[in-house]
Design a protein around this ligand. Structure first.
Ligand code: BES
Ligand code: MN
Ligand code: ZN
Length: 487
C-alpha cells in the first residue's frame, strides 16, 4: 500500500473514502474545510440525533457529492481511554468493513489522532493499518487487498522526509508482526525446527548484514547442550539452535533476543491432556517473535547491533524421550533433574541463554510461552515480565505502554529459588504447587547471572482462542520499539 501525506482541502475527487475518527465526545473541530457544507450539515444532524455514538466499532458513511468521495465517521471511544490499543482496534474494525466495498483509495484525517497529548505516532498508524489486512493463508499465497493507497490528511503539512521514514518503519513493524503470525499459524507438521531454521536463513535476502548460524544436534552436543538436546531426543525431528546476527557496528554490545521454539509440545512422557492440545503448535511463538523482530530490523536497516537466537525442538513422548527423574547436564555445567518433561521450555532456553552469553549482550531478553500458570495469574492481556534489572524492566514497560503490547512485572524473590532444590542434581526443572510462572523464571535466572536480562512469559498473549483463533504476533511490536528506543 502507498502512503501519502496531504493537507486537507486537496482531496476533491482524489479518494474513495475519507475516514474521520471521532471520539465519544463527538466533537468535529478537526473537520474544517475538507468537507462540503451540505455534507457537514448532514453529519452534524446525524450526531445531534444521536445516530452516531463514537464508540469503537460504530461508523456512519455519507456521500459528499461536491468532493466526489464518501465520508466515513468511525468511533475512537472515549478520549480518556484513547491509546495504541483502542486506536488499533478501531482502525482495524473500520478497515475490515471497507475491505468489503470496492474502495481503492482511503484518506485518514489524522489531526485528532496524532497530537502531543495522545501519543499515537505516524508509524503506529501505518503498522496498525497494515496489520488490519493480515490473513493467514495455508496455501501461502499472498493475500492482496483492493485498497491500494492511503493518504494522511492534516491541516499542517508533514515534512515528506519524516513522513516517508515513519511509513517505512510502520511497514517494517507490520511485516515483522505478519511473519511472526504466519510462523505461529503454520501447522506443526510443517513448522518443524528445520522449517524455522530455513525461515531464519531467508532473512539474508532482505539485508546482507544478516548472518545466520544453524547449530545441528552434533554441534550442540559438542558444546555440551545436554539440557536442550534432552527435549528433542523423544522426537524424530532434530533440534536446531539458530543465531541471527545483525551487527552493523564494530564495537557495540548487542541487544540479544532469545526465543523458545517448541514446534509442538505434547508434554513428552508427562503427557498433556487431549483437549485443545492443537494449541501447542503455538509453543514456538517466542522463536516466531524473534524471527519477526529480526525481519523488521533487517528491513529498517537500523544502526544498532541486534542478535536473535531461537532454540527449536519438538517435545514428543517417543521411546527415546526423557523420563521424570532423568538428570542432564546443561552447557553452563549446572545439572538438572527433570521431574516433569512438560517443563521443557526452560530446558531448551537455559542452553540458549548460556550460548547467548558469548555475544556479551548489552541487554538479553527471552520470550517464551513458558507456563500455563502465567495465563492463570495474569489472564490473556499482559505478558508476564521478570527481570534481574529494574532499569531494564523499566525500559520494557515504557515500550509496552507506547505500543499497547502490555506487560506486567512479577517478583523474583530469593524464596522462589529455594523451590528448585533437589537431592539429585544442582537444580530440578519444576517448583512447588504455587507461583509456577515465577519459579520457571527463577530457573532461567540461574543461567543469566551477571547480565541485564528480562524474560517475557507470553503464554497468554501469543495467540487468541475461539473464533479468532490464531497467532497475535506479540510481542514483536514491543521488541521493535525497545530496540528503536535503546539504540
Ligand atoms: N508450553 C507450555 C505452557 C503453556 C500451557 C502455554 C498452556 C500456554 C498454554 C509449557 O511447556 C508447559 O507445559 N508448562 C507447564 C509447566 C509445569 C509442568 C511446571 C505448565 O504450565 O503446566
Ligand atoms: Mn510443556
Ligand atoms: Zn511448552
Amino acid at each position: 500500500m502507498d502512503y501519502k501525506s496531504l493537507i486537507s482541502g486537496k482531496l476533491k475527487g482524489n479518494t474513495d473514502i475519507y475516514l474521520i475518527g471521532v471520539f465519544a465526545d463527538k466533537k468535529l473541530t478537526h473537520l474544517n474545510k475538507s468537507v462540503s457544507e451540505i455534507t457537514l450539515k448532514l453529519i452534524k444532524k446525524c450526531i445531534d440525533d444521536n445516530n452516531f455514538t463514537g464508540d469503537i466499532g460504530d461508523n456512519r458513511t455519507f456521500d459528499d457529492l461536491e468532493n466526489k468521495f464518501q465520508i466515513t465517521l468511525f468511533g475512537l471511544g472515549t478520549k480518556e481511554k484513547f491509546g495504541p490499543i483502542s486506536f488499533s482496534r478501531s482502525i482495524s474494525l473500520i478497515i475490515k468493513k471497507i475491505e468489503m466495498t470496492n474502495a481503492k483509495s482511503l484518506s485518514l484525517n489524522i489531526d485528532n489522532i496524532i497530537s502531543n497529548k495522545l501519543a499515537i505516532s505516524a508509524e503506529f498508524i501505518v503498522s496498525s493499518i497494515e496489520n488490519s489486512f493480515y490473513k493467514y493463508s495455508h496455501k501461502k499465497d499472498k493475500v492482496v487487498s483492493k485498497i491500494k493507497e492511503c493518504n494522511f490528511i492534516s491541516k499542517n503539512a508533514i515534512s515528506s522526509k519524516s513522513f516517508n521514514k515513519s511509513v517505512s518503519i510502520g511497514k517494517a513493524i507490520a511485516s515483522g508482526i505478519g511473519l511472526a503470525k504466519d510462523l505461529g499459524n503454520t501447522p506443526p507438521n510443517i513448522c518443524t525446527p528445520t522449517y524455522l531454521s530455513a525461515e531464519a536463513i531467508k532473512l539474508k535476502k532482505i539485508n546482507k548484514l544478516i548472518k545466520i548460524t544453524v547449530l545441528n544436534e552434533a554441534k550442540m552436543k559438542s558444546l555440551g547442550m545436554g539440557s536442550l538436546l534432552s527435549v528433542s531426543q523423544g522426537s524424530k525431528q532434530p533440534a536446531k539452535l539458530v543465531s541471527i546476527e545483525y551487527m552493523p557496528l564494530k564495537n557495540k554490545a548487542p541487544i540479544v533476543l532469545v526465543g523458545k521454539g517448541i514446534t509442538f509440545d505434547t508434554g513428552g512422557i508427562s503427557l498433556k491432556p487431549s483437549p485443545n492440545m492443537d494449541e501447542m503448535k503455538f509453543d514456538m511463538s517466542g522463536a516466531g517473535s524473534v524471527i519477526g523482530t529480526m525481519k523488521a530490523v533487517a528491513e529498517m536497516n537500523i544502526k544498532t547491533n541486534v542478535v536473535g537466537i531461537i532454540a527449536c525442538a519438538e517435545n514428543m513422548p517417543g521411546s527415546q524421550a526423557t523420563r521424570p527423574g532423568d538428570v542432564v547436564t546443561s552447557m553452563s555445567g549446572i545439572t538438572i533433574e527433570i521431574l516433569n518433561t512438560d517443563a521443557e521450555g526452560r530446558l531448551v532456553l537455559c542452553d540458549a541463554l548460556t550460548y547467548a552469553k558469548k555475544y556479551k549482550p548489552r541487554y538479553m531478553l527471552d520470550m517464551a510461552t513458558l507456563t500455563g500458570a502465567c495465563l492463570v495469574g495474569l489472564g490473556k492481556y499482559p505478558s508476564g515480565l521478570f527481570s534481574n534489572s529494574e532499569k531494564l524492566a523499566g525500559l520494557i514497560k515504557k515500550s509496552a505502554d507506547k505500543t499497547g503490547d502490555r506487560v506486567w512485572q512479577l517478583p523474583l524473590y530469593d524464596d522462589y529459588f529455594k523451590e528448585l532444590k533437589t537431592n539429585f542434581a544442582d537444580i530440578q526443572n519444576i517448583g512447588g504447587r504455587y507461583g509456577g510462572a515465577i519459579t520457571a523464571a527463577a530457573f532461567l535466572a540461574k543461567f543469566t547471572e551477571g547480565i541485564d536480562w528480562a524474560h517475557l512469559d507470553i503464554a497468554g498473549t501469543a495467540w487468541e482462542v475461539g473464533e479468532n483463533k490464531g497467532s497475535t504476533g506479540r510481542p514483536v511490536s514491543l521488541l521493535i520499539d525497545f530496540i528503536l528506543s535503546n539504540q
